[in-house]
Design a protein around this ligand. Sequence first.
Ligand code: FAD
Length: 325
Amino acid sequence: MSVLVFTEVSKGRIKKSSLEAINYGLKIANDNGSSVTAVIFNEESPEILQELGKAGAKKILTIKSDLLADGNTRMSTNALEQAVNAENANTVIFSHDYTGKAIAPRLAARLKAGFVGGAIAYPKNDGGFSVRKNVFSGKAFADYIITSEKKVITLLPNSFQVELNAGTAEIVAFNPTLDASQKRITVKEIKKSSGTLTLPEAERVVSAGRGMKGPENWGMIEELAKELGAATACSRPVADIGWRDHHEHVGQTGVTIRPNLYIAIGISGAIQHLAGVNGSKTIVVINKDPEAPFFKSADYGIVGDAFEVVPKLIEALKKFKAGQN
Ligand code: FAD
């Protein structure tokens, strides 16, 4: 018996959210006297893989196949189902990101497993295997008890601090049977985001909305993000009208994030937007309308014109960093 954790690499490193998922899986494994097996596609570098050992994996299954190279969910599900069976895994953990959200429910259906998407706390033995997640766009929590023997969980990124130790993992090549004729989707093009920080993993995020008036005004948003070492995000209409790429869109229909710092500039704070960001540890809102709903969720608010406030913030940050403050 084991806990299986799906992991990924980004920009030559194991994703932070994958390390969080390993830590999460380790807690479950420790509770039920089993161990964690990580699964990773198309990555064989021991230097990169051993980060998973430090996070708590005992074993790493590496699966190499061109059929998995473009994030094809059907192929990925097929490969993972075989890994679950080979490892006799009773619990499977994913990050609650694009890949996890695409594969985990499919795998759960295949395994006839109970599924909770977007867990935010370690499972408790509270009348059964109880998993907490946000509901009603983050306005409440719900504790779901999974009663099936097999369980599939996706974990919201940034829900926990990653803990690494000196552990090492056994690396094993796993070769599932994958049938190319079952492939239903061909990916024609992959556009990689240019920034060095991936949004779901960023500790700090600077986000802007329709209040910015047009894409030509994003220079100051990017500059503020650069000064803070933050990723950039946006509201949905901004992505819909093509001012920014869709991968930056946060909210109910976009990416869910939980950074330590979320700065919202010229964003009204509609409930659908809040659903993706209100798990942030500290929220700062800059809006010229004192009645903007976002202020109700803010830890700090600045009522003012973004075109005046943001340049002043950048200047203050630069001075601070130069030690002139
Ligand atoms: P607006 O609502 O137009 O707000 C602009 C804000 O900028 C205003 O508060 C204004 O006071 C302020 N402002 C204007 N000028 C300035 C200035 N110079 N300086 C400072 N402030 C200024 N939205 C999301 O973001 N994410 C989602 O995932 C999402 N999913 C949705 C799903 C559904 C089913 C539906 C129906 C809607 C969804 N929406 C989502 C849309 C959501 O309801 C809002 O319409 C959207 O979030 C508004 O975007 P905004 O705040 O950028 O624009």
